[in-house]
Design a protein around this ligand. Structure first.
Ligand SMILES: [Cu+2]
Length: 311
C-alpha cells in the first residue's frame, strides 16, 4: 500500500469508526437568584442551574456515561431536582428532590443521539421550569458526521422558555395565566435588535455556511412553530437523531419539552438576514424572534467552541 492509499484508509477509519465511550462528570449547583430577563437589564427572581438561563450546555457522545451531581445551594428556599431527557433511569430514584444544602449523584448512559431537554422536576414542575430551571444536553452520534448528517460550519443552541409576571403563582403558571412573554436563552428578544433597541447580540455566519441550530422548547404548555423568515430549513432532524431526517422544511412544530436540530444555509455570494421565529405570533411578538446575520465579516468565534449559547 502506498502512502497515499494508507492516508486515505486511515482518514476513512477515523471518519467511520465509533468513538470510544467515555465517562463524563457533570456537576451543577442550583442557585435562586435575581437575574436580567431582558436586554434592558430588568431582573426577576429566577431559579437556575449555575446562575444562568439556560443552565450549562452538556455535550457528550452517544455511548458515554454521564456521572452527574446536583448540589442544592444552602441559601435556596426550595427543593430541586434534575430530569435529563437523555437518561433511561427511575423517575422515583434518580430524579427525586434534593433539599437545600444537600447533594445527589446519579449516572446514566447516553444511548440515543440527539438534542435533549433537561429540567427540574420538583413540585410545582410548571413553576420550576418557567422560573428558568432548564438546559440542553447534546448527544453527538457515535458514528460522527456523514452524508446524512454533515459537519456544520457553525452551531448555535437556542432554548425557548416562558416568562410569567412577577408574583404569578404555580396555579397561574400551570393554567397559562399571567403569561408575559418568551425567553430566548433567558431573555426576551435576546438576539433581535430589530424589535428591541437594547439587543446587542445576533447569531452570525458567512454566506453559504451550514448553520446548525440545536433548538429546545422549554415552554410548559405551548408548542413552537419554528420558521426561518426569508429562508428554508435545508435539513431537519427530529429530536436531533440522524435517522430522523427531513429536507427543505419551512416550519417545524416542536412540542413542549422536545428538541429539534435544524440546518439553514444562507445563500452564497450576498449578505442576508433571517429572522428565526416561533411563527405562533403571540410567541414571536412577545420575545420569540432571533436574527441570523450572514455576511463576510461574521465574527469567527460565534457558533464555535464555547460560543454555542451566546450570552
Ligand atoms: Cu427546581
Amino acid at each position: 500500500m502506498n502512502l497515499k492509499k494508507l492516508a486515505a484508509a486511515l482518514a476513512c477509519c477515523a471518519f467511520l469508526s465509533p468513538a470510544l465511550a467515555e465517562t463524563v462528570k457533570v456537576e451543577m449547583t442550583v442557585k435562586e437568584v435575581d437575574i436580567a430577563v431582558d436586554n434592558a437589564g430588568n431582573e426577576r427572581r429566577m431559579w437556575t442551574y449555575e446562575g444562568t438561563i439556560p443552565g450549562p450546555l452538556v455535550r457528550v457522545t452517544q455511548g458515554d456515561v454521564v456521572e452527574f451531581t446536583l448540589h442544592n445551594h444552602p441559601d435556596n428556599g426550595n427543593s430541586h431536582s434534575m430530569d435529563f431527557h437523555a437518561a433511561r433511569v427511575d423517575v422515583l430514584d434518580e430524579f427525586t428532590d434534593v433539599k437545600p444544602g444537600e447533594s445527589k449523584s446519579f449516572s446514566f448512559s447516553a444511548d440515543y443521539p440527539g438534542v435533549f431537554f433537561y429540567h427540574c422536576g420538583s413540585e410545582s414542575m410548571s413553576e420550576h421550569i418557567s422560573r428558568g430551571m432548564y438546559g440542553v444536553i447534546i448527544v453527538d452520534p457515535k458514528e460522527g458526521y456523514s452524508d446524512a448528517y454533515p459537519k456544520p460550519d457553525r452551531e448555535y443552541v437556542l432554548v425557548q422558555g416562558d416568562l410569567f409576571e412577577a408574583g404569578a403563582n404555580a396555579e397561574d403558571i400551570t393554567m397559562g395565566n399571567r403569561w408575559e412573554g418568551v425567553l430566548i436563552n433567558g431573555k426576551v428578544f435576546h438576539y433581535d435588535p430589530v424589535h428591541d433597541p437594547n439587543a446587542s447580540l445576533t447569531l452570525e455566519a458567512k454566506p453559504g455556511e451550514r448553520v446548525r441550530l440545536y433548538y429546545v422548547n422549554a415552554m410548559i404548555n405551548e408548542a413552537a412553530a419554528m420558521h426561518p423568515i426569508a429562508g428554508i430549513w435545508d435539513r431537519v432532524w427530529d429530536n436531533g437523531n440522524p435517522l430522523n431526517l427531513r429536507h427543505g422544511m419551512q416550519t417545524v412544530e416542536v412540542a413542549p419539552a422536545h428538541g429539534m436540530v435544524m440546518d439553514i444555509i444562507p445563500p452564497a455570494g450576498r449578505a442576508t438576514n433571517n429572522a428565526i421565529v416561533d411563527h405562533r405570533m403571540r410567541h414571536a411578538l412577545n420575545g420569540g424572534i432571533t436574527v441570523l446575520m450572514a455576511h463576510d465579516q461574521a465574527d469567527a468565534s460565534k457558533g464555535r467552541g464555547e460560543a454555542l449559547v451566546l450570552r
